[in-house]
Design a protein around this ligand. Structure first.
Ligand SMILES: Cc1cc2nc3c(=O)[nH]c(=O)nc-3n(C[C@H](O)[C@H](O)[C@H](O)COP(=O)(O)OP(=O)(O)OC[C@H]3O[C@@H](n4cnc5c(N)ncnc54)[C@H](O)[C@@H]3O)c2cc1C
Length: 412
């Protein structure tokens, strides 16, 4: 393979890990990683947690220090955006009008925050959080004391709110749904997050949207759909993200929104793989295709794609996994549930922030079978017993009983 060229498009965790594994597994041809950003690959979770909190330097996000890429003979082309694909010619078209040939190609272009569309949305100080420079700007707002208005009570909005409140910055969150994280967690567990943020002083306004953002050169206030005007030094928008792969789908790869792959992360074109946020991967264990925008997907599917590119017989069949840290809540979630709103939710332990430290398990059951499980601050039990329960039939009454060990619960 010494005369072959493998191209990776995307400078996030999935692309970075894939390039690393290609070399680690002995690929001795050319590896070119192109990224639209101005720096080598990095991961994102620390940007809304340790970095904003002031406990981790922004550099801790890098997949490798800058010199590592040269030392491993991997060409990282920064500020380079792929705009098109010629599958038959095995060429990537770049924004500067040139092309890049490949023998095998990995697409790992991640997602991009949905943009807010209200009057004033383009004012200076209306911020999104996806990149290091954006995180640095938000950190500056927190250091200056705010006040901050956050649009959207999803993961990003809530993590920014937790960091801001830890710095004593006044925070208002506007969320159009009835609860934060309602769509992903369902009401029972979403209520825990609402109570947690209110306990920490967030002005959490549910069922409330943004009508207008006001200011001259920069933001000064936000007008809600209820007509209230809230002072703001900045607005952080966290209203979801969309996969960045229209240009690749337009070339003829199969997929709707994301790019379809098999369990080895190979797309409908035999020379092209996809990984991370954009990959809608077949999951043999779940019997369906799943696309998730989580760190673990990027961390694990990039290496699987790399090994598959090298001809190894690998599949990515781990359960979806994600985590968050907010104030003193550390959470891990594993599995996937078809609809959190209709699933039966069983909670065991203390899920009431006003009744003492949060420490509980939650399970989402579809027809008596555990689809997903999570723990909050139950680090001694860890994740393994939860993974073992996903896909098994349980008795909900025993599940709720903290005297029954997690390992004694499965009935079939
Ligand atoms: C602030 C923040 C906090 C998060 N926290 C958590 C968490 O706690 N837990 C969790 O599970 N997940 C978390 N996530 C989600 C997780 O970070 C993502 O799932 C992960 O980053 C996806 O990695 P990726 O490599 O697929 O894509 P990305 O990290 O998005 O990287 C994609 C890269 O491709 C580049 N690119 C895009 N299009 C092109 C193009 N056409 N040409 C060239 N380059 C291109 C982009 O500029 C970017 O560098 C968080 C995300 C953010 C933003």
């Amino acid at each position: 393979m010494a005369d072959e060229t493998y191209v990776v498009v995307g400078g996030g965790l999935a692309g970075g890990k894939a390039a690393e594994i290609l070399r680690e597994e002995g690929f001795d041809g050319e590896i070119v990683l192109v990224t639209a950003e101005d720096r080598p690959p990095y991961e994102r979770p620390v940007l809304s947690k340790g970095f904003l909190l002031g406990s981790d330097p922004v550099e801790s996000a890098y997949v490798h220090e800058a010199s590592w890429w040269d030392a491993h003979d991997i060409t990282v082309r920064t500020r380079t955006t792929a705009t098109g694909l010629r599958l038959d010619d095995r060429l990537v078209e770049l924004a500067d009008g040139t092309t890049l040939g490949y023998d095998k190609l990995l697409l790992a272009t991640g997602s991009w925050p949905r943009r807010l569309d209200v009057p004033g949305a383009d004012l200076d100080g209306v911020l999104y959080l996806r990149t290091m420079p954006e995180a640095e700007r938000i950190k500056g707002i927190l250091d200056a004391g705010g006040p901050l208005v956050i649009i959207g009570a999803g993961w990003i909005g809530l993590e920014v709110a937790a960091a801001a409140r830890t710095h004593d910055v006044p925070v208002t969150i506007l969320e159009t749904a009835d609860l934060p994280l309602q769509r992903v967690l369902g009401d029972r567990v979403a209520e825990v997050f609402a109570a947690l943020h209110r306990k920490h002083g967030v002005d959490l306004r549910l069922g409330t949207g943004v009508a207008e953002i006001r200011g001259d050169a920069g933001v000064t206030s936000v007008v809600t759909t209820d007509g209230d005007e809230i002072p703001a030094a900045a607005v952080v928008v966290g209203i979801g993200a969309t996969p960045q792969c229209e240009w690749a789908l337009a070339a003829g790869l199969a997929g709707e929104g994301g790019i379809d792959t098999d369990a080895s992360m190979r797309t409908s074109d035999p020379a092209v793989w996809a990984a991370g946020d954009i990959a809608a991967a077949e999951k043999p264990r779940l019997g369906r295709r799943v696309r998730v925008e989580h760190w673990a997907m990027a961390n694990d599917s990039g290496p699987v794609a790399a090994r598959s590119m090298l001809g190894q017989d690998v599949t990515y069949d781990k359960l979806p996994f994600f985590y968050t840290d907010q104030y003193d809540l550390g959470m891990e979630y594993v599995g996937a549930v078809s609809d959190p709103a209709t699933a039966d939710v069983v909670v065991r332990g203390n899920a009431d922030p006003s009744a003492g430290p949060l420490a509980f398990h939650a399970f989402w059951l579809d027809d008596g079978i555990v689809g997903a499980a999570m723990h909050v601050n139950m680090w001694d039990d860890g994740l393994e017993p939860l993974k073992a329960l996903v896909g098994t039939r349980v008795d909900p009454a025993r599940l709720a009983d903290t005297d029954v060990p997690l390992t004694d619960l499965a009935t079939g």
